[in-house]
Design a protein around this ligand. Structure first.
Ligand code: UDX
Length: 441
């Protein structure tokens, strides 16, 4: 099948590369010439395990192309995927300008019948708008069908997820277009669920909102565990044994970040509001997450009320491991606050520093070595559970000025920490300390 994918952000690029891997001929279209030229050489603009290798292989085997030219990209395609961004408007709603522009570009360029597939996360009803734009601007003799085909990929494991996902959702009013999409996706070997367009659009938002709810729920439980000296990890394990609950997405921490949960939860509150429904539960989820991102600072200030001039090392900046994505990362809230309070911050992240430098305060010093970042500091804060952070030699903390470790991702086993001279605070688990020395100043 000949496919065009418009937009080579995270979703578009992974979609295009995966579709080429299963044998389709894919042309990825983007307006950014510099980015396109790099991608033509097999250089991925994002860090995603396995992506560069798969890109190079399919370029070499002449199944994957990149261009800035819409007309060229659309001309041969039987199916066009829309995968451009839907950034957040000031009021939390999704900005559809890019999506609408692509629909117009498709309508004014295509010369034969085509299936248009929406991959971008768009509010319920958007595919109807896309259909209207297409029909208003198409040549009379050309027909298009519109399909909603939301993505459920996780950053850091997107390539794996493409081939091992739980479901592929296909929402369309056209049986023929639905059958074609099913055929395109068959080699992935992932179960297909077919429904109408609006329900498909809603499945994406409802899934992300539900997962975000699980996270905020367990974070609330962790805060209660903190006060009761219970262990949230055991609580989550015990809950997860109930198959109705499941054990995933119950890891307490300093909240969710990234490009999807924060944006999609707010957008769904807006979608509900537009039909005069107050989504109270989801508003709570968003508020809990906001509070949770600041938790690590609350814990630090409780132990060390005056951090002015103190050396604080921050381990992990990306919103989660295995990605260089800094969008809505807790590290933004945490480091801004540290700098505001006058701390001297040294930060470490194995991959995200380049992106972090554009987003975080210029007063931060970066270190490419965990040991160097931690040595001599007055407190260490852990914000992302990267493997190299989880596997450090715990005796490293004894090189700190005072071994106060506040771990926002529960990276270390309490028993292991007990073997070292360290004051260890984590999320929803008892504090580890030889003897709690009063307020540190
Ligand atoms: C998410 C969805 O999982 C994916 O299906 C959708 O297509 C896009 O949004 P992603 O944002 O890549 O994927 O990351 P995910 O692994 O879901 O984690 C999101 C955030 O939640 C991260 O900040 C992570 O640290 C946090 N999280 C996740 C927790 O705090 N606890 C958990 O138990 C799981």
């Amino acid at each position: 099948m000949k496919i065009a994918v418009v937009g080579t952000g995270y979703v578009g690029l992974v979609t295009g590369v995966s579709l080429s891997e299963i044998g389709h001929t894919v042309t990825c279209i983007d307006i950014d010439l510099e980015k396109v030229e790099k991608m033509q050489k097999g250089i991925s603009p994002i860090y995603e395990p396995g992506l560069s290798e798969m890109m190079s292989k399919n370029i070499e085997e002449s199944r994957l192309y990149f261009t800035t030219n819409h007309t060229e990209g659309f001309n041969n395609a039987q199916v066009i995927y829309i995968a451009v961004g839907t950034p957040e408007n000031k009021d939390g709603s999704a900005n559809l300008n890019f999506v609408k522009q692509v629909a117009l570009d498709i309508a004014t360029n295509i010369e034969k019948d085509t299936i248009v597939v929406t991959k971008s996360t768009v509010p319920v009803g958007t595919n109807t708008i896309i259909k209207e734009i297409l029909h208003k601007n198409l040549r009379n003799d050309v027909k298009v069908s519109v399909v909603s085909n939301p993505e459920f990929l996780k950053e850091g494991s997107a390539i794996y997820d493409s081939f091992n996902g739980d479901r592929i959702v296909i929402g369309t009013e056209s049986k023929e277009a639905g059958d074609t999409l099913e055929e395109i996706n068959r080699p992935f070997g992932v179960p297909v669920f077919r429904t109408d367009v609006k329900s498909a659009e809603m499945i994406k938002y409802a899934s992300n909102a539900f997962l975000a709810t699980k996270i905020s729920f367990i974070n609330e439980i962790s805060n209660i565990c903190d006060r009761l000296n219970a262990n949230v990890e055991d609580v989550a394990k015990g809950m997860g044994l109930d198959k109705r609950i499941g054990d995933q997405f119950l890891q307490a921490g300093i909240g969710y970040g990234g490009s999807c949960f924060p944006k999609d939860t707010k957008a769904l509150i807006q979608i509900a509001g537009n039909v005069h429904y107050d989504f109270e539960l989801l508003k709570g989820v968003v508020n809990v997450n906001k509070k949770q991102q600041g938790l690590i600072i609350d814990k630090l200030l409780e132990r060390m009320p005056d951090i002015k001039g103190k050396k604080i090392s921050v381990l992990g900046l990306a919103f989660k491991p295995n990605t260089d994505d800094m969008r809505e990362a807790a590290s933004i809230v945490v480091t801004n606050r540290l700098i505001e309070e006058g701390a001297e911050v040294t930060a470490y992240d194995p991959i995200a520093v380049k992106n972090a430098k554009h987003i975080l305060s210029s007063e931060i010093t970066y270190s490419d070595n965990i040991k160097e970042a931690v040595e001599g500091s007055d407190a260490t804060l852990i914000l992302t559970e990267w493997n190299d952070i989880k596997s450090i030699d715990l005796s490293l903390f004894s090189t700190m000025n005072y071994p106060l470790v506040i771990d926002g991702r529960n990276c270390f086993a309490l028993d292991e920490m007990r073997k070292h001279k360290v004051e260890y605070h984590s999320v929803g688990r008892p504090v580890v300390s030889e003897e709690l020395s009063g307020v540190l100043n």
